[in-house]
Design a protein around this ligand. Structure first.
Ligand SMILES: Nc1nc2c(c(=O)[nH]1)N[C@H]1C(S)=C(S)[C@@H](COP(=O)(O)OP(=O)(O)OC[C@H]3O[C@@H](n4cnc5c(N)ncnc54)[C@H](O)[C@@H]3O)O[C@H]1N2
Ligand code: MOO
Length: 395
């Protein structure tokens, strides 16, 4: 049995980005850039108008009012940049090229019209309303550095760079195996005597996806050694990470480790001195990682949050440490002294602080649903009172 920090270090040691692949922009949201993204061209490509109005030379507005013939029209998308002859103006629209020779755009709201003549009476104001060529970015500029998670804003910049496909970190392929004879598909459990709904894999899958995984499959397995070994073999052939739930403890049908043993399981750790989740284990079979979570639902989701989330994030090219950023919060209710295992109490955010939940059973699912945070308690830590500070992690 190892302590929590040692287990985290062993997880982080494996939480390195998978190789990269190319994806079309359409499918790039939430992926992680594997290389700097550079612009293919300048933006804007030529000086463009920032307003709908008229392009003029300042000299032609030296005396107001001025009446200038409209020499040309420039909509966004016009391929050539016209020349503005002195003594004329050009009709321009937002995004249209600014004619050579023009000093500013006068917004159309203060320009009158008399047929093909534009009438300038009011001073145009200080703004030129011209966006210079390359004023947003230049060809070759890095718009997004490697490691950027392509959120909805970043993906606009990626498209603006005029690239169709992006080099991104491959998403970790995850297979989740839920073991236990008693487990039934939700919606079917009550009809089967002795059964309970298989709930854990749904939460584990949701969390894995949130951290950047591609969940290939969730499989419910009975405690039948031959079937478990076959399922382990299949999962290892498909996945970068196999998460197996249940069967982690010392019961006579706890086969989670033994189902991988004939396939060459090398344990990285087995059991961590934490509560809940002591039976959690981690290993490797060939090129795949295997994480074993305890079956009790709260234990499973606490260990998934503490170990699987940073592991998946790291494999996906994200910063795994960002998923372990403990912060101090003020307690709004007292906490009991901690026992000899490092404890992660489930808590709620209340009145700008945090309070431990009344129910701390590792099998609870109702209380799990209302927990906002984990509260970290060091082994042997004394009780804490209202106003004391505790370290918390979003759960
Ligand atoms: N003699 C000992 N008994 C136990 C120990 C121990 O050290 N000595 N450890 C306890 C701890 S701590 C935990 S946590 C549990 C974990 O045991 P397993 O990982 O072997 O889990 P199971 O026995 O398979 O299941 C425990 C419990 O959870 C339910 N379960 C399992 N999988 C699911 C699922 N996918 N969805 C919903 N519920 C699930 C299962 O029905 C059991 O009730 O062991 C203690 N025992
Ligand atoms: O430590 Mo086990 O994870 O409660 O109940």
């Amino acid at each position: 049995m190892i302590d929590f920090d040692s287990a985290v270090a062993l997880i982080l040691n494996e939480a390195r980005p998978l190789p990269c692949e190319s994806v079309a922009l359409e499918g790039a949201a939430d992926r992680v850039l594997a290389a700097d993204l550079r612009a293919r061209g300048d933006a804007p490509r030529a000086a463009v108008s920032a307003m709908d109005g008229y392009a003029v030379r300042d000299a032609d507005l030296a005396t107001l009012p001025a009446r200038l013939p409209i020499a040309t029209v420039a909509f966004a998308g016009r391929a050539d940049v016209p020349v503005l002859p002195p003594g004329t103006c050009a009709r321009v629209f937002t995004g249209g090229p600014v004619p050579h020779g023009a000093d500013r755009i006068v917004v159309q709201e203060i320009v009158g019209r008399d047929g093909d003549l534009a009438l300038f009476e009011a001073p145009p104001g200080p703004a030129s309303h011209i966006r210079a060529a390359g004023s947003d970015f230049r060809a070759g500029d890095t718009l997004l550095p490697a490691g950027t998670v392509l959120g909805f804003r970043a993906i606009v910049a990626a498209a603006a760079a005029d690239v169709a496909a992006l080099s991104v970190v491959r998403r970790p392929r995850v297979v989740i195996l839920g073991t236990g004879d008693e487990l039934a598909e939700p919606g079917r459990a009550l009809e089967t005597p002795g059964s309970i709904p298989e709930s854990v894999s749904f939460g584990v899958a949701a969390l894995a996806r949130q951290c950047g995984a591609e969940v290939l499959a969730r499989r419910r397995l009975t405690d039948t050694p031959e079937l478990l070994e076959a399922a382990a073999r299949l999962a290892l052939a498909e996945a970068d990470l196999v998460v197996v739930t249940g069967g982690a403890s010392v019961g006579e049908k706890d086969y989670a480790r033994s189902m991988f043993a004939p396939l060459g399981l090398e344990l990285i750790f087995s059991k961590v001195a934490i509560k809940p989740g002591k039976p959690v284990w981690f290993g490797r079979v060939g090129g795949a990682l295997v994480l074993g979570l305890p079956g009790n639902p709260t234990s499973a989701l606490v260990t998934a949050r503490l170990f699987m989330a940073p592991l998946v994030a790291g494999l996906a090219g994200r910063d795994p440490a960002a998923l372990l950023n403990w912060r101090d919060m003020i307690l709004t209710a007292p906490l009991k002294p901690c026992g000899d295992r490092e404890t992660f109490e489930r808590g709620r955010l209340v009145d700008g602080g945090v309070a431990g939940l009344e129910v701390q059973d590792s099998a609870t699912q109702k209380a799990l649903a209302i927990a906002d945070v984990l509260i970290r308690r060091r082994p042997g830590a004394p009780g804490l009172g209202v106003g004391d500070v505790a370290a918390v992690l979003d759960f």
